[in-house]
Design a protein around this ligand. Structure first.
Ligand SMILES: [Zn+2]
Length: 410
C-alpha cells in the first residue's frame, strides 16, 4: 500500500513538473528590404496588433560601421546574421551568391537540432537557398541537419508559378508560402519556424519609394496577419505559448529607395516587431541588431550551447535578464581599452582574451582570464605586454550574458 502511494506521488510530481515546463514555440519572419521609416509610415494593423502584445523597436544591420565586423546590407548576408547571431566576419556570407558560408558558426536550426533534438523545425520560404545554402540542409558540413517541415523552392516551379516581368509570381509564391505556413502551424505547431517573404524587396528595387512599394508592405502585413491568426488558433485551442519575431534584412538607399548594400544610415536602419512578453531594458532603451534575435530565440527554446559557441555570438538576448551589451575595444601600445554598455550594474565581469581564432576553422581557442572588473564601471584597461599579438578576441562574461569583440591591428 505504501509502495503504491509512493508510485502515485512520483507520477503526480512528474505530471506536475511536465505541466510547469510548457515550452514556448518560436517563429521568425523576414520581410525583405523594408526601411524603418517605411514600416513606421505605412498602415500595418497586423504588425501593430502584435507589437501591442510585446513591442516595436528600430534596429540595425551591417555590423559595426568601418570596423572589423562591418557587414554588407545585402539580403542573404542579413539572413545569415539573423540565423547565426554573428556578423559576416564570422559567418562569411558576403553576397547573395553565398559562396562559402562558414558552418562553424551554427544557425539557430542547428543549435536546436543538436541541443534539443526533440524540437520540430520548419521553413516556409520564397527562396530555396535559405534552406539549402544558409541553413545547409542535408550537407555534411552541417552534420546533415534536416528540417522537419519544408515548404520552399516554388521559384523553380515555372509550371505553377510562371515567371512574369512584373514579379507577380513572387507575390503569388509569398501568398502560397503563407498559406502553407498557416496550415502547418495550425496542424503541426512546429517549435521553431522561419517564414521568408520576398515581394517587398522586388517592389523596392523596381519602384523605389513609391505607392507600389508601400502597397507591397501592406500586402506583407496582411500575410503576417494570416500567420498570426494561425498562431492564435494554436494559443486558444491548444493553450500553447508562442513567440514571434518579425524583422527585415536591410533598409534602402535614401535617394531613391531602390538600392541597398552600402553602409548609409537608411540602409542600416531596420526594425523588429515581437509579441515577446519579457522584453528587457536593452530592447526598450537601445537599438538592437539583427544578431540579437538568435540568442533571444535560444533563450526561449532553452537551448544551451557549449561555452565556446556562446562566446562567439555577437548578439544579446532581447528578453529576460542581461548584464551588458555593446562591447568595444581599442589598443594603444601594449594596452587594451575595453568599454561596454551597462544594462544590469550588479556584479563583476570576467574579461577573457585569446590571441587565436581557431574556432573559425573548427578548433578551440585558448582564452586567458586577464581581469575581473565591476560591471557598473562600463570600462576596463588591460595590460597585454606579455601577450603580444596583432589580434585579440575579447570575451566579457557576466552574470546574465556574455558578449565579445575583437581588436585587429593592421
Ligand atoms: Zn533583401
Amino acid at each position: 500500500m505504501i509502495k503504491k502511494n509512493i508510485y502515485l506521488l512520483v507520477v503526480f510530481i512528474a505530471c506536475f513538473s511536465y505541466a510547469q515546463k510548457k515550452d514556448t514555440k518560436v517563429l521568425f519572419v523576414i520581410v525583405d528590404g523594408i526601411p524603418a521609416d517605411v514600416i513606421e509610415k505605412v498602415y500595418t494593423p497586423n504588425l501593430d496588433k502584435i507589437a501591442r502584445e510585446g513591442g516595436y523597436t528600430r534596429a540595425y544591420v551591417g555590423g559595426e560601421k568601418d570596423k572589423y565586423s562591418q557587414t554588407p546590407t545585402i539580403s542573404a548576408v542579413g539572413y545569415n546574421s539573423l540565423l547565426t547571431g554573428t556578423w559576416a566576419n564570422k559567418h562569411n556570407v558576403w553576397g547573395n551568391s553565398i559562396k562559402k558560408p562558414n558552418y562553424n558558426y551554427w544557425t539557430i536550426f542547428r543549435m536546436a537540432k543538436a541541443y534539443r533534438p526533440e524540437l520540430k523545425t520548419a521553413i516556409f520560404s520564397t527562396w530555396l537557398d535559405n534552406r539549402t545554402k544558409l541553413v545547409g540542409d542535408g550537407l555534411s558540413e552541417t552534420g546533415h541537419i534536416k528540417l522537419d517541415y519544408v515548404f520552399d523552392g516554388y521559384e523553380h516551379d515555372t509550371i505553377n508559378f510562371p515567371h512574369d516581368k512584373k514579379a507577380m509570381y513572387i507575390h503569388k509564391i509569398d501568398e502560397h508560402v503563407v498559406e502553407k505556413a498557416s496550415d502547418c502551424i495550425k496542424e503541426n505547431a512546429p517549435d521553431l519556424s522561419w517564414i521568408y517573404l520576398e515581394y517587398t524587396d522586388d517592389m523596392g528595387h523596381r519602384f523605389g519609394d513609391s505607392d507600389q512599394f508601400h502597397d507591397a508592405v501592406k500586402i506583407a502585413d496582411k500575410q503576417i496577419g494570416k500567420v498570426w491568426k494561425a498562431i492564435n488558433y494554436r494559443r486558444k485551442q491548444f493553450n500553447e505559448s508562442w513567440e514571434i519575431f518579425i524583422t527585415t534584412d536591410h533598409g534602402r538607399d535614401k535617394e531613391t529607395g531602390q538600392g541597398h548594400g552600402g553602409q548609409s544610415e537608411r540602409e542600416r536602419l531596420t526594425w523588429i516587431v515581437t509579441n515577446a512578453k519579457n522584453l528587457n531594458g536593452y530592447f526598450k532603451t537601445k537599438e538592437p541588431g539583427i544578431v540579437d534575435i538568435m540568442p533571444t530565440m535560444m533563450r526561449t527554446l532553452n537551448i544551451e550551447p557549449k561555452k565556446e559557441q556562446l562566446w562567439e555570438i555577437d548578439g544579446v538576448p532581447l528578453t529576460g535578464k542581461i548584464s551588458l551589451s555593446n562591447a568595444k575595444a581599442t589598443n594603444s601600445e601594449s594596452k587594451l581599452y575595453i568599454t561596454w554598455d551597462v544594462i544590469d550594474s550588479k556584479g563583476k565581469v570576467k574579461i577573457w582574451v585569446s590571441t587565436e581564432n581557431d574556432f573559425n576553422t573548427g578548433g578551440t581557442d585558448a582564452y586567458k582570464l586577464l581581469k575581473k572588473a565591476d560591471i557598473k564601471k562600463g570600462q576596463a584597461t588591460i595590460d597585454v605586454s606579455k601577450l603580444p599579438s596583432n589580434f585579440y578576441k575579447i570575451v566579457l562574461e557576466a552574470n546574465h550574458n556574455t558578449i565579445n569583440t575583437w581588436v585587429v591591428i593592421k
